[in-house]
Design a binder for this molecule. Sequence first.
Ligand code: DC
Length: 197
Amino acid sequence: MIFTVAIDGPAAAGKGTISRAVAGRFGLRHLDTGLLYRAVGVKGGDPAQAARQLTPEDLDRDDLRTLEAGQAASRVAAIPEVRAALVDFQRRFARSEGGAVLDGRDIGTVICPEAEVKLYVTASAQVRAHRRWLEVGGDKARVLAEVQDRDARDMGRADAPLRAAAEAVVIDTSELGIDEAVAAACAVVAGRLAKGP
Ligand code: DC
């Protein structure tokens, strides 16, 4: 079965949790594509070369989840050569036998426009900053500024900017608990699977 679930949205909207839950529920493989950009961002040197030479070990580093890695990822993600170097791997993963969930910014719009399910998971910047702050602590105003900064860069770049695909189902998690958000996403996937892959 070839079956792709594309989950896009801004930082800290709940994409990761929803993606893992959907993958687990339906037995699909999962790729967090933000990790690719984070690994390129923290690697240093020429970002395009780092993207072309990315190894599985690069994705295993334990410093990929920091705010700094997120900012570095957002910066290198605006470089067209970096994005181009990562396309094939993501496309192959998306269309691999058995089905896949990919979460990121451009999965439904650029990486896999033919995805069987497209979700756009979002929440207000305040709610997302609050969630991120619960994880990382520190100065709350700085965390909000970081979220807004990344939104502006990810939505404003020329190459593959963050936006909902025309046919994406939007899930706003501002006022949803995680169980409700996961249930909403699973309902969309189950509905599409019922029609056959
Ligand atoms: O999802 P994340 O927070 O780990 O992503 C980190 C950065 O990587 C994000 O700010 C923008 C970039 N990114 C992207 O441009 N395209 C993707 N498909 C995934 C992430």
